[in-house]
Design a protein around this ligand. Structure first.
Ligand code: NAD
Ligand code: UGA
Length: 463
């Protein structure tokens, strides 16, 4: 059997871009991305896609309705597919045992149940969502308990390693593709079938064959290592501020060691995004369940350092503005969790905004990509405020950085958008209340030039 029809359940940040790239690289395969959200599917079928990723629009427009389809007809798409990606969200549990820590696999389980119910021929089911360790066991249990004559299921683990903002680049040229399979002849066959899909554009040397449990753990471990590097450099930034060193210089010095390397050493206001925190919490929870308290404490520290960094930065803003921001107007440049995405999930900007709003500040917010409705939704969320009306009165969302900073006391850089580097800061300074402050939470601006203009400049990892 050669794979000719793929169904991907979940049309999100992973399912959408991944399947668009597969459709582009495999013109002989029909790829259908399905979702329970009719709104999301209609956005994928519209001129304005539900997510922003550089390069994605062109691919979707080229492949859509050729061999790439977005549909709400989940059952039909599962039925006709040879291979099914489960690419649904796996958030942190909000209730029950493991609340606030364990990963919620309800959506993955629902997919397995639907696949079991509607399948009428053999399927390869691929766990692409980031799951807990040994999650494939439960998927298999559900599938096998519903085994029908002539229907056999193989489960593979094929985690996704793309980063938002560079998703297309990552998918076209991944560092590696990991495929975990059952250690049986059928498992090996399924591995080969999925490999053949990737081999259309990815060299064989980049495809790593593992057992399912190694594959599942590799995904969690990779995110833990990446988050660890950020917390490590952020911890060094605290020391830099205390002794007068510059964390950028230290990072450069560390990164030149070829064993360490220069990437992921950018000290910041803290890491955000939908996955690092969720996956670390999950890893800590798994360690606790395995009765490995020392290991759990080790990884918990990575998260604790991130909370500390976000709160340190927010407190620095308040302290610098004469210990109070009540009634003061403050501009936030950037709301997305990183540049080149409109995604705000777990964005450090939300934490900074919450702290300032709690202290009575008024915020003017500008982000080149985040929709105003999303900013309002994030800042009026139950976890952020118990007084949403007051928040709405205290924020203004702008579509122009110059207007956003007009007559304000301070600018806070929360996202490292390239656009912020080349703004006319002399012009901006003229129209701000003096003394005018800049808090560069991403270390992207030229601080010397800003100081010459007259700004009071504060950043991370440097006095
Ligand atoms: P997302 O929330 O953007 O998308 C998930 C989609 O699944 C949603 O549109 C939701 O409506 C849909 N869905 C949920 N249950 C469904 C069901 N039963 N049937 C059909 N559709 C259903 O999530 P995402 O960011 O794409 O992440 C998906 C998974 O990939 C997560 O496990 C995440 O940890 C992992 N991951 C994410 C990234 C990333 O950059 N966002 C990178 C690597 C891995
Ligand atoms: C991250 C991983 O990089 C991906 O490999 C993984 O697939 C994905 O999580 C996932 O599992 O969801 P992503 O969250 O999209 O990707 O973006 P990153 O580039 O990793 O950035 C995460 C956060 O760390 C951002 O807030 C970013 O600004 C911050 N960061 C990153 C730093 O503060 N310093 C750095 O040096 C790098």
């Amino acid at each position: 059997m050669a794979i000719t029809k793929i169904c991907c359940i979940g049309a999100g940040y992973v399912g959408g871009p991944t399947c668009s790239v597969i459709a582009m690289q495999c013109p002989h395969i029909k790829v259908t991305v399905v979702d329970i959200s009719a709104q999301r599917i209609s956005q994928w079928n519209s001129e304005k896609l539900p997510i922003y990723e550089p390069g994605l629009d062109d691919i979707v427009k080229k492949q859509r309705n050729v061999n790439l389809f977005f549909s709400t007809n989940i059952e039909e798409s599962i039925q006709e597919a040879d291979l099914i990606f489960i690419s649904v969200n796996t958030p942190t549990m909000t209730f029950g045992v493991g609340k606030g820590r364990a990963v919620d696999l309800t959506y993955v389980e629902n997919c397995a149940r639907t696949i079991a119910q509607v399948s009428t021929n053999n399927k390869i089911v691929v766990e692409k969502s980031t799951v807990s360790v040994r999650a494939a066991e439960n998927i298999l249990k559900i599938l096998n308990a519903n085994d029908k004559p002539n229907v056999k299921f193989q489960v593979l683990s094929n985690p996704e390693f793309l980063s938002e903002g560079v998703a297309v680049e990552n998918l076209l040229n991944p560092d590696r593709v990991i495929i975990g399979h059952e250690e049986t002849a059928d498992g090996l066959w399924a591995f080969k079938e999925l490999s053949k899909v990737y081999l259309n554009w990815i060299p064989e040397s980049k495809i790593l064959k593992t057992n399912i449990w190694s594959s599942e753990l590799t995904k969690l471990a990779a995110n833990a290592f990446l988050a660890d590097r950020i917390s490590s450099i952020n911890s060094i930034s605290v020391i830099c501020e205390a002794i007068g060193a510059d964390v950028s210089e230290v990072a450069k010095g560390i990164g030149l060691d070829s064993r360490i390397g220069p990437k992921f050493l950018q000290a910041s206001v803290g890491f955000g995004g939908s996955c690092f925190q969720k996956d670390l919490l999950n890893l800590v929870y798994i360690c606790e369940c395995l009765n490995l308290p020392q290991v759990a404490v080790y990884w918990q520290q990575v998260l604790d350092m991130n909370v500390y960094q976000k709160s340190r930065f927010s407190n620095k803003i308040i302290k610098s503005l004469c210990n109070t921001v009540t009634g003061k107007k403050i501009t936030m440049f950037g709301f997305a969790f990183k540049k080149d995405t409109g995604d705000t999930r777990e964005s450090p900007a939300i934490y900074v905004a919450k702290t300032l709003l709690d202290e009575g500040a008024k915020l003017n917010i500008y982000d080149p990509r985040v929709e105003p409705g999303q900013i309002k939704k994030d800042l009026t969320h139950l976890y952020v405020t118990d007084n949403p009306e007051n928040v709405i009165k205290s924020i203004e969302i702008h579509d122009n950085p110059y207007k956003a900073s007009h007559s304000t006391h301070a600018i806070i850089i929360c996202t490292e958008w390239d656009k912020f580097v080349n703004l006319d800061y002399e012009e901006i300074y003229k129209h701000m209340i003096k003394p005018a402050f800049i808090f560069d939470g991403r270390k992207i601006l030229n601080h010397k030039t800003l100081a010459t203009i007259g700004f009071q400049v504060h950043t991370i990892g440097k006095r």
